[in-house]
Design a protein around this ligand. Structure first.
Ligand code: FES
Length: 92
């Protein structure tokens, strides 16, 4: 069972802002951090904020990220508290 879902917009506007690359980065970072059974990345439809894309929404805490860019995945994941401590890696 997943503790969290990372929703990445796959609407036309966000796709044109390279949201597919963001999905790849999240999946790569999740694998790197060893949390594949804990966090799932889901490509969604449009959130309605196309001008601020790519859009990423985190569940269950409902945090919405706008203008997500290359390299943001690791930082976003590093701040997530829903990752159980027992499987956290690289934390202080
Ligand atoms: S296409 Fe992503 S918010 Fe509309």
């Amino acid at each position: 069972m997943y503790t969290a879902h990372i929703l990445v917009c796959g609407g036309t506007g966000c796709l044109s802002q390279k949201s597919e690359k963001i999905i790849e980065e999240f999946n790569k970072e999740i694998k790197k951090q060893g949390i594949t059974g804990c966090v799932k990345v889901v490509k969604t439809g449009c959130f309605g904020f196309c001008g601020a894309g790519p859009i990423v929404k985190i569940l269950p805490d409902n945090t919405l990220y706008v203008y997500v860019k290359d390299g943001d995945a690791a930082e976003i994941l590093s701040w997530r508290r829903w990752i159980p401590d027992r499987i956290k890696v690289g934390t202080n």
